[in-house]
Each structure stands twice: as structure tokens, then as C-alpha cells.
Ligand binder design. Structure first.
Ligand code: PXL
Length: 273
């Protein structure tokens, strides 16, 4: 059984980050461990006055204990990081807690719709660039890709803009780029994988409704599929369908606007896998 360490926040309520990564990875047969970067009462999009407990000081203590125990992981998956001091600890984890053939996967969860998430600064962007540069896989959305490559964010995605983002992300050092939120035209939405040679594009019909946490759900599905040996085209196809199904399952439930009702979709997905 593959063992993943995920480093990201615990948003106690709201259906994102650790609370979606753990059930998805577990359901798909992956053992999980967590190194929480912060504890928030909710995610930061759409809730007011959320609490934020920074766990930076706890991180080196946990890491040192794991080193003494000789604990190693097949994959380290990083997400939302609320304090730029944590990037050095993340690099320490990659160097000392990842098996030799293990995968270091970065979802630079820091921005959407052209803007950084509330409270995040340029220092977070600079730290993300450092870990993106040593990653086996990265999973930015278009906004995050624009921040990481100092490219002006565009809502319309022509080939020049998209190819520029893919090449610049690859040049930062990431071995595989998986760019999400790609729109070929206003009616489509999908993802593109690029490994320096080959571009694999998956496009689906766009659903005109945005939910929070879908980036984290997408990353968790893609990472589980990578670890389970699923090829990249099938992987992106399955993961985009999962998100579409999760969104469709939530539309119409006005009490659930903070995130998707993905659990029933996960149950069916698991039965098929
Ligand atoms: O889904 C990304 C994410 C993770 N964690 C926190 C967030 C967000 C996005 O807003 O606020 C705390």
C-alpha cells in the first residue's frame, strides 16, 4: 500500500484541503498521514471572521520525531500553506522523509479568479516557486500558474498564453505540469498535462457554477490515480468527470454553497475502480 504525507491546512468546516484529501486518498487505497500547516474554523472564501491558528512552530518538532522514527513516504503532497516560513520545512520533508523513488507533488493552492486568497502575500508566491521548482508534479490552476510565472492573468486562454504558462512552469523545474481550469472557448473547461515533450488535453462541457474545494478534490483524485498507476490521459478524464459529477450533485442545494457534495460521487467512483 502506498503511503502519502499531505502538508496543508485543516479547514475544520467547508469541504476543502485536508478534510477532502484524506477521505479521497483513503477510499482509493492510499494510506495517509498529515502535517497540518494551520487550523482554520472554515476556509477563507465566503466565510467572514474565520479563525486561524498557525502551526509553523509545531512542524519541525513533528518532522524531527518522524526522522528519529525512520518514517518514509511514497509521496508528499502539499497544498495551502498559510505561512512562508513553512517552505523550508517542506523542503526538509522532501529531502528526509520521501523514499528515494517517492513523488513530491505540489498543488500551489493560493489563488483563483485572478486573485490570491485573502491574507496570502507575495512571500507565499515566492515560496511556492521554490517548491514547484523541485516537484515531480504540480497542479496549478490558471491563476496560480500566472502568479508562478509572473504572467499577466487572462480570462481568455489562447494558445500563446497557455503554451507560455506550460513552458514557463516546466522551466521553473517541475517534471510534470498539470494545469487546471483551461478553457478552449467559453463553453469548455478542462486540464492539460505537459511533461516537456507531450501535451495531453482533456476538455469537457463547462458547467456555469463554481464551488470551493474542487481544486483540492481534483488534486486528490489525480494523485491517488498516479500512485495507482493510471495513465495521465485516463487520469485527467476520470478526475474532470468526477468534478463535473460533484458539481452537478450539488447544484440546487442552497444550503451547500460552501463546497461540493462529492461523497456520493466518491462512493460510485470507488465501486467502479
Ligand atoms: O481550497 C484551497 C484552500 C485551502 N485552504 C484554505 C483556503 C483555500 C481556498 O480558499 O481558504 C484555508
Amino acid at each position: 500500500m502506498k503511503k502519502v504525507l499531505t502538508i496543508q491546512d485543516i479547514s475544520c468546516y467547508g469541504g476543502c484541503s485536508t478534510t477532502v484529501a484524506l477521505p479521497i486518498l483513503s477510499a482509493l487505497g492510499i494510506e495517509t498521514a498529515i502535517l497540518p500547516s494551520a487550523i482554520l474554523s472554515t476556509h477563507t472564501a465566503g466565510f467572514k471572521d474565520f479563525t486561524f491558528l498557525d502551526l509553523t512552530d509545531e512542524m519541525p518538532k513533528i518532522i524531527e520525531h518522524w526522522k528519529r522514527e525512520g518514517i518514509k513516504f511514497d509521496c508528499i503532497y502539499t497544498g495551502y500553506i498559510g505561512n512562508p516560513k513553512q517552505f523550508d520545512y517542506i523542503i526538509d520533508c522532501k529531502e528526509n522523509l520521501l523514499k528515494e523513488d517517492g513523488l513530491f507533488i505540489v498543488d500551489p493552492a493560493m489563488a483563483d479568479n485572478g486573485k490570491l486568497y485573502p491574507g496570502l502575500t507575495d512571500e507565499i508566491v515566492e515560496g511556492m516557486k521554490k517548491i514547484v521548482g523541485i516537484a515531480d508534479y504540480i497542479l496549478p490552476n490558471i491563476t496560480e500558474a500566472s502568479f508562478l510565472t509572473n504572467t499577466k492573468y487572462q480570462e481568455e486562454h489562447d494558445d500563446y498564453y497557455i503554451n507560455g504558462l506550460l513552458v514557463d512552469l516546466y522551466r521553473l523545474g517541475a517534471r510534470h505540469v498539470i494545469l487546471t481550469g483551461y478553457q478552449d472557448d467559453p463553453e469548455s473547461l478542462g486540464a492539460i498535462a505537459y511533461d516537456g515533450f507531450t501535451k495531453t488535453t482533456i476538455l469537457k462541457e463547462k458547467i456555469d457554477k463554481m464551488y470551493h474545494g474542487t481544486g483540492d478534490i481534483f488534486s486528490s483524485i489525480v494523485i491517488a490515480n498516479i500512485l495507482n498507476g493510471v495513465d495521465i490521459k485516463t487520469n485527467l478524464d476520470l478526475a474532470t468527470d468526477f468534478i463535473i459529477d460533484a458539481i452537478n450533485n450539488t447544484i440546487g442545494d442552497d444550503d451547500h454553497n460552501y463546497g461540493t457534495k462529492y461523497e456520493e460521487i466518491l462512493k460510485k467512483y470507488k465501486e467502479k475502480a
